[in-house]
Write a protein that binds this ligand. Structure first.
Ligand code: UD2
Length: 318
């Protein structure tokens, strides 16, 4: 009888041990999955570089948790100034640009668009969401598309210096012949932000279309340069973008005095600027795709895209 009781007792102890071990294991598995997915977000990409050699993040889908990052910036009550130029026939791109921005761009955050045009009457009436503002600024018409594109630096420099200091925290300067297709929001914010040009994100350095003539202030010698950045989108803090636009403008003025125009205009000067003033954050080509029908395995989501246009038809000159 005593033997039998002892067996039952041992069996009970064994059962307790196995039961507790199993519960512990189940608890460990559940918490690992929970914390893995919800706290660290299981984030990171191994198929693309998501950090530069100077430790600036390169933003790709899968490298950030939108819920976490939104909640951080929600507490900061930020305003994002956004500039866009539409002169001549480029006003036709405004409706798509604005409507798609209202759907995808900094949704839930305060955005102030500054729209520069030579034809304020052509600005479409787009319904803006709460805390979304639009200021239209009139510019004189220009005869060369290159002048329109390049003149943006000087106009932006003046806008930031004269008007934005107490009006905004960050600024993005965007091309108008574009459209938002997916989320572009606070994950893109940083002190100085450049967007990798979609044609060159995976290309060797010698392919980059930097200005190669030493006579231009935009000159970058062979063997130098980190990435090729698009002129269609850049941004950052007001202070940093002010310094960028002022510097590029000064460099372009020296080029004008020397009768030389950089191969890709202000984009060439922007690339030179980023070589010596490294961006603190880079946006992957998800943030400026070139042709929606092109696809790349790296680009899991297209957020903002250049739209196809007939240059000969929309530009004032060729
Ligand atoms: C590239 C860059 C662009 C600029 C340009 C300089 C991309 C996607 N874009 O674009 O940012 O650096 O090269 O060579 O890489 N604009 C007008 N009216 C005009 C002409 C231009 O408003 O008649 C404005 C408009 O905001 C346009 C911008 O200037 O988005 C740039 O001109 P573009 O888009 O024709 O230049 P593109 O496509 O060569």
């Amino acid at each position: 009888m005593t033997m039998r009781l002892r067996h039952i007792f041992h069996f009970f102890l064994l059962g307790m041990f196995v039961g507790l071990s199993l519960s512990g294991l189940i608890y460990w598995v559940i918490t690992s999955i929970w914390f893995g997915n919800h706290l660290t977000g299981n984030l990171g990409r191994t198929d693309v570089a998501s950090v530069t050699p100077w430790l600036a993040p390169i933003v790709w889908e899968g490298t950030f948790d939108s819920t976490v990052i939104d909640s951080i910036y929600k507490q900061q009550n930020i305003t994002v100034a956004t500039t866009v130029f539409a002169l001549g026939k480029y006003t036709r791109f405004l409706r798509d640009f604005l409507e798609s921005a209202e759907e995808h761009y900094f949704v839930g955050f305060r955005v102030h668009y500054y729209l520069f045009t030579d034809q304020p009457d052509e600005v479409p009436n787009v319904k803006l969401g709460q805390e979304r503002y639009l200021t239209v600024k009139k510019l004189p018409s220009m005869n060369r598309w290159q002048d329109i594109s390049m003149s943006r630096m000087e106009i932006l420099e003046k806008l930031i210096k004269n008007e934005l200091a107490s009006e905004a925290d960050y600024i993005f300067c965007l091309d108008v012949d574009t459209k938002f297709i997916g989320r572009w929001s606070v994950e893109s914010l940083g002190r100085l932000v450049g967007v990798i040009h979609p044609w060159f994100f995976n290309a060797p350095r010698f392919i980059f279309t930097y200005e190669r003539r030493p006579e231009s202030q935009a000159y970058i010698p062979a063997g130098e340069g980190d990435y090729y950045f698009t002129g269609a989108a850049f941004g950052g803090s007001l202070k940093d973008v002010h310094h960028l636009t002022k510097t590029c403008q000064e460099q372009m003025n020296i080029d004008i005095a020397n009768s030389i125009e950089a191969i890709w205009h202000e984009e060439s000067h922007l690339n030179k600027y980023f070589l010596y003033n490294k961006p603190s954050k880079l946006l992957s080509p998800e943030y400026l795709w070139r042709d929606i029908s092109m696809s790349s395995g790296y680009v899991k989501i297209i957020r903002f895209s250049h739209v196809a246009k007939n240059n000969a038809e929309v530009r004032p000159n060729l």
